[in-house]
Design a binder for this molecule. Structure first.
Ligand SMILES: CC(=O)SCCNC(=O)CCNC(=O)[C@H](O)C(C)(C)COP(=O)(O)OP(=O)(O)OC[C@H]1O[C@@H](n2cnc3c(N)ncnc32)[C@H](O)[C@@H]1OP(=O)(O)O
Ligand SMILES: CC(C)C(=O)C(=O)O
Ligand SMILES: [Mg+2]
Length: 555
């Protein structure tokens, strides 16, 4: 009986690599990518894809720019075999795309797999066998010699069948499963033997694919394993080192990145990290990680919503809202300080006309994935003044003065605290309009007015409607607003002052309307705000003032 259940486990082995060079390297170019969505992803689905789904996925992968696509495990089923036939017979494979198929190292399955590829212009035939001790001992009960022989028998047969089909350009891929806990010297031994038998050449290259079939270690160990493997391999001419990370420890992406730093030239994985158990490494994240560092990934995800739609339909698995780069919420800030920083970042970018992306909290420009800026900020009771102000500016063109932002944010907070939910754009706009009098019949409405200058003073005579009652005000002051305010003070017998006033146009055309923001203060220095939009800028000023007064009267 073990008292601490964790004692049931032991650490995975590590390798010694004191001369490691990978920690000082950077990722400066994209590796070759191979999508295994239609094989490794597919074999992990409760309902594997039918032809319609496979074809849709294949076509989309091609659109994204994949040049190597593992399309099937042809010996698994008629569906799989016939899909490869369909791609070839119906000419779906672009000239620059290599289709890849996988087989166990079993002669009958190899023959069937090769048969599926009849007539292909170029193809990668991928064969694997398990090399790790637990598989040798428990699953196959094979010695190391027998394990090597299994691989060589398979590669020998494949070579013979390739020779019989010279019209296809062949590439062999060999995977020692699971490389990450196979003894490194044995992985080297079996891969050397495969290489010697295949005799890689320019016209018949070899891919050695080193999988973390089940991820058991920290990514630095994998980087060491790859670096040591490549340093100790006899001759890598016409040999590509590929990696195939899974994600059991949740570090598939880091494993792939460090594996590439370790020297790997090719990465296999699936979109959105679909695949066995916790998935294959997510190729979208890897690609966009490069992109966000200024390195072209040679893949396009500029319509991420389409990519999600295809993957969700074909896999029948939803993409998580927080999935890197793709999830519905990954470019969204609800919280106040994030919103404030993002808003300032966008303003700074606009002002300076910067080409380099540098917006706080947004590691990448959402537009690059086909997402709109409106999705960047959403409002709930975690939000600050910038959130609602940003949405109003983005959607209605209003540039609220700072003090009005603060005032409105309190109203938004009250609303969201009460509802406990996110506030929609329509709700924000309605609350704003109702709060500051931007409605068709404000409580205190300008009906008509006359103004004139007399001895450097403005005089106003205005008819107002106050909740259905007609009121006449008369006043004078240094400007039209103070003239109106003085008239109102007298008419309503109140003590108020103009604190601030600003205006701008809405839109760029000559028919643009004016928007005015007015702040008045009571004797106790409490502020009240009014806003008005009108084609006549003078009317906008007067009505905004009346709206601010109306707020004062309602307090
Ligand atoms: C890590 C990976 O993702 S590997 C890819 C795994 N993907 C799949 O298996 C999906 C498709 N597979 C299938 O549809 C089926 O497994 C088939 C049709 C290929 C084979 O089916 P079956 O003949 O019933 O064999 P089964 O599925 O039980 O496979 C296990 C047998 O294959 C042997 N085997 C497993 N892998 C390999 C291999 N790479 N090379 C040689 N033999 C192997 C096992 O030793 C076992 O043999 P045994 O029956 O003599 O004990
Ligand atoms: C490369 C193959 C056999 C694989 O899917 C794996 O090892 O995870
Ligand atoms: Mg796999």
């Amino acid at each position: 009986m073990i008292s601490d259940p964790s004692q049931k486990y032991q650490p995975a082995c590590i390798v010694s690599n004191p001369e490691r060079a990978w920690p000082g390297k950077r990722l400066t170019s994209a590796p070759r990518w191979c999508s295994t969505d239609l094989r490794d992803g597919n074999q992990a689905l409760a309902n594997p894809m039918d032809h319609e789904r496979k074809l849709m996925y294949f076509n989309h992968l091609v659109q994204c720019g994949f040049k190597e696509i593992e399309v099937a495990f042809p010996s698994a089923s008629e569906t799989e075999f016939e899909f490869v036939r369909k791609l070839i017979d119906q000419d779906y494979i672009p000239d620059d795309v290599w289709v890849q198929v996988i087989t166990q190292a079993r002669p009958d399955l190899i023959r069937m797999t090769m048969e599926s590829l009849r007539g292909a212009k170029q193809a990668i035939i991928h064969v694997y066998n398990a090399t790790a001790p637990i598989f040798r001992e428990v699953v196959f009960q094979n010695s190391k010699e027998q394990t090597v022989q299994l691989a060589l028998d398979a590669v020998g047969l494949i070579k013979q069948l390739c020779d019989e089909r010279p019209d296809t350009t062949w590439c062999l891929e060999y995977s020692p499963e699971t490389f990450c806990f196979t003894e490194l010297d044995f992985a080297l031994e079996i891969c050397e033997a495969v290489k010697d038998l295949w005799e890689p050449s320019e016209s018949r290259p070899l891919i050695l694919n080193l999988p973390t079939t089940v991820e058991v270690n920290t990514p630095n160990v994998f980087a060491d394993q790859i670096e040591l493997f490549m340093r100790n391999f006899s001759d890598l001419t016409h040999v590509t080192i590929s990696i195939h990370p899974h994600n059991d420890r949740g570090t598939g992406v880091a494993t792939a990145e460090l594996g590439v730093l370790g020297g790997a030239q090719r990465v296999e994985g699936c979109l959105f990290g679909n695949g066995e158990r916790t998935g294959n490494v997510d190729l979208l994240t890897l690609a966009m990680n490069l992109y966000s560092q200024g390195v072209s990934p040679n893949l396009r995800f500029d319509d991420i919503k389409k990519t999600i739609e295809v993957a969700e339909y074909c896999n029948r698995i939803p993409v998580h809202p927080r999935h890197p780069y793709a999830g519905e919420l990954v470019f969204t800030a609800f919280s106040g300080s994030h919103q404030d920083a993002i808003k300032k970042g966008f303003a700074n970018r606009l002002e300076k006309g910067e080409t380099i992306w540098n917006v706080p909290y947004l590691p990448i420009d959402p537009c690059d994935l086909g997402c709109a800026y409106e999705e960047v900020i959403r409002v709930n009771n975690q939000s600050g003044k910038s959130g609602a102000a940003w949405l109003i500016e983005q959607n209605h063109g209003l540039k609220l003065p700072r003090s009005l932002q603060v005032d409105f944010s309190e109203k938004v907070k009250a609303f969201t605290n009460h509802s406990g939910c996110e506030m929609s754009l329509a709700e924000i706009w309605q609350l704003f309009r109702e709060s500051y009098g931007v409605v068709s019949q404000p409580d205190l409405q300008l009906v008509e007015y006359e103004s004139k200058s007399v001895a450097e003073e403005q005089c106003i005579f205005a008819k107002l409607n106050h909740k259905g009652r007609e009121i006449v005000v008369q006043g004078k002051g240094a400007g039209i607003i103070s003239a109106l305010v003085n008239g109102i003070k007298h008419a309503f017998d109140i003590e108020i002052n103009i604190k601030d006033y600003s205006e701008h146009t809405l839109g760029l055309s000559t028919q643009s309307r004016a928007i005015t923001y007015v702040e008045i203060q009571s004797r106790t220095e409490q502020s009240f705000y009014g806003v008005s939009i009108d084609a006549d800028s003078l009317k906008a000023v007067l009505q905004a003032t009346l709206n601010a007064v109306s707020c004062f009267l309602e307090q």
